[in-house]
Write a protein that binds this ligand. Structure first.
Ligand code: ATP
Ligand code: MG
Length: 334
């Protein structure tokens, strides 16, 4: 049975990198069929809304979406489309791999890790924020729940199992923030005990930052709360050479949305200059998610080989190739 996924071609460089990505997925023989849906500026122009009901229905029905970057128009009271999608589908896990690729300007060559960030609670939400009338005192609340912690840590361990990874590191600050970070760590230990075949490590967030910069190769999967995950996942993207190579997934109980971390890059849109690799790596995450880890690995290996050979690389990687030319070079190495 072929699996249908919702495809959102997006704004700016979105359509170009999506065409390139679908070209490679077809060559891979992933057996997916695509239901195209609009969101962002493209949807606003066509349907008068940023996220039309039909798009939400399509995602709800197919449960898996591959999404290009979207423009949220500034002004006009529009709130972020990504935040709206996260709320709508309770996408509690933000999953960001950081993998070293050859011939990039980065400090390390041996990184292969995934950050699993809790996405629905914690300090990042800044619940009940207030500033006193005299402006001298400010307050912001942090709520951590057993349920929220349990499902994110379980997701991290299940991801380790399904992708053959060996270690999960829970990053916390439970020594100081005993209440909230303490609850997260307690639950992490309980969940870890159910996965004896996977190594469990605990690390205080400040030490984790130092270790990430000094010896990043020791990490496999990091699981952490919302605010720490926000910071650490960007740190990790920086360790492996930045935006053009950074994919992400937003995972919920029923629905998962896969994407590139970068934006719509209007400065190079429509010129065939965009690097399709971030979205391709998002597609690789999607293949892992839909039970095609072998195809995901074939895709990643073909990307590595193409970059190793410096074949048709786009401008951001120091080449002169086009978006589609790069995709063809990758497809030829599958
Ligand atoms: P948005 O408002 O949608 O976030 P942006 O202009 O901030 O758009 P980003 O995607 O965040 O765009 O990109 C920042 C810079 O990185 C831009 O100069 C852009 O051209 C470049 N860039 C981003 N993604 C890519 C890509 N896939 N390939 C090549 N360059 C990219
Ligand atoms: Mg941006």
């Amino acid at each position: 049975m072929t699996q249908t996924i919702t495809v959102i071609r997006g704004d700016g460089i979105g359509p170009e990198i999506m065409d390139a990505t679908l070209f490679v997925l077809d060559k891979l023989g992933a057996g997916l069929s695509y239901e195209f849906a609009d969101a962002g500026l493209a949807a606003l122009e066509k349907h008068g809304e940023l996220i039309p009901a039909g798009t939400l229905e399509s995602i709800k029905k197919n449960k898996v979406a591959l999404k290009s970057p979207l423009t949220t128009p500034v002004g006009g009271g529009f709130s972020s489309i990504n935040v709206a999608l996260r709320r709508q589908f309770d996408l509690y896990a933000n999953v960001r791999p950081a993998i070293s690729f050859p011939n990039t300007k980065s400090r390390y060559e041996n990184i292969n890790m995934i950050t699993v960030r809790e996405n629905t609670e914690g300090a990042y939400l800044a619940e009940g924020q207030e500033v006193s009338a005299d402006g001298e005192t400010a307050f912001s609340g942090t709520r951590i729940t057993r349920k929220g912690s349990e499902r994110i840590v379980r997701y991290a361990f299940e991801l380790a199992k399904s992708t053959g990874r060996k270690k999960v590191t829970a990053v916390h600050k439970a020594n100081i923030i005993k209440s909230t970070s303490g609850l997260f760590l307690d639950v992490a230990r309980e969940v870890a005990a159910k996965y004896p075949e996977i190594e469990f490590q605990e690390m205080i967030v400040d030490n984790a930052c130092m270790q990430l910069v000094m010896r990043p190769e020791q990490f496999d999967i990091i699981v952490t709360t919302n605010l720490f995950g926000d910071i650490i996942s960007d740190l990790c993207a920086g360790l492996v050479g930045g935006l053009g190579l950074a994919p992400g997934a937003n995972i919920g109980v029923d629905v998962a949305i896969f994407e590139a971390v970068h934006g719509t890059a209007p400065d190079i849109a429509g010129q065939g200059k965009a690097n399709p690799v971030a979205l391709l790596l998002g597609a690789a995450q999607m293949l892992d998610h839909v039970g095609q880890p072998e195809n995901a690995e074939r895709l990643r290996k073909a990307i590595v080989a193409t970059m190793e050979a410096k074949d048709s690389l786009t401008g951001d990687l120091g080449g002169t190739g086009t978006t589609m030319g790069f995709a063809q070079a990758i497809a030829s190495r599958l």
